[in-house]
Design a protein around this ligand. Sequence first.
Ligand code: SAM
Length: 439
Amino acid sequence: RYKPKWAIHEKRLTNCNHALGHFDAFYKPVYGQDWPSVRLSLLSLPKHCAVVNIYGNSAAAQEQLCDLGTSNFLLDAQTQVSVENQSTSDDSELNPENDGKVATGLPPYALPGSDDVSAANPDLLEEEALRDGQYSSDDLNVFVPTEKVYSEKDLLLREEISLNSFESRDISLKVLPAEALNFSQDLRPYVFPSGVVSRFPSPKSHYGTLGYYLMDAASVLPVLALDVQPTDRVLDLCAAPGGKSYLILQLLHLHEGGRLHCNDSAQARLSRLKSVLNLYFPKDIIEQVIVTKMDGASEFPVAYNKVLVDVPCNADRHAVTEDDNNLFKVSRTRERLDMVRLQRELLISALKSCVPGGTVVYSTCTLAPAQNDGVIQAVAEELWETSEVEFAVQDLTNLRRALTPTFKFHDKTKYGLTVLPTPLNNFGPSFVAKLKRTK
Ligand code: SAM
């Protein structure tokens, strides 16, 4: 018979369970009715897309992908785009009344009159976390107003709660109206239809170059938002293992002046990036790509008109499914709590390396508002106080509308787009915000 008091029979709290408990406490109040479906999806096998390599045998790859019953979701979106391009661009969802001048309005996570105020209220979050059994009874001490000296564990938990209780504030951040879209035909991401969870076979090699690259379809969004043109000078600040660099290289014309600088701080991951380059691109292309191993928060030359900053984050899907190398491991708590600070530093560095008039795309694969909209807001405030650099947020309504058949977007994101994983289209999570450096 099972006796709970026999600790030996108690299941160890795995890192994945820790992550799941954290997400139940912090995401449920934000994503409300959508949370059960998102949670189920995070725990299920993700759905991929196959992005055709224009440097391989693309005709054969496309034929193979069509035979599998997949289709290029950007071709479908282009039809929608053509309609959008005809419409006026003053219907910004971010700020319908101000002609896209200032992102004001109600905090998206705590609507007055809504029952769901806990997201903006750390105390309610704490209670909820306790009710749901996320924290052990030892943690209860944190919430009891006594004179006791808090243990390090208590202090970390407090820090965790305050870090995650992102409160949206009204700040004077200019919002630029939605732009007309035009998807390049060189980017060809194929997906199985909604509800089909078949797997792609490994890509075939043709004269040593692979025909397609498999990735989460939501990873295509940051590169679409970056709107890469053939002769752009692009910095991919956190590039490894190279999925988005691969997409950027499909769009750049390096022989006509296009440039790509891939940077990452992790040597092992940079090795994976280099093997991606070797598997997918001819030598004359690889030779032109600059690869560096630097701290992305250090100083880069102000030399790029497009900068992608795809920051390290909670990596929600990995956190709930892979116990190894898991950010929610107790020994990595400090690193996890420092994540938002690192993200801010990386975004500031990205903005500083972008020429005025250029574009910075900030992206994550987490649903944590503090690591998404929260970072944009904090960076706007910090730059306002400490630097001459200024930026505006680009409204992504048109991109969202065009891609709605493939992705489910969260309704209440303030500055960017958030892709919510669903059981039928298990892509993401992904957050993407597009910023224009104005000064
Ligand atoms: N963009 C990549 C892709 O599409 O394959 C994924 C990037 S991953 C989300 C985040 C990356 O940031 C990791 O490869 C990590 O090594 C890198 N990173 C972490 N801290 C960094 C820092 N201070 N400077 C530069 N890169 C950093």
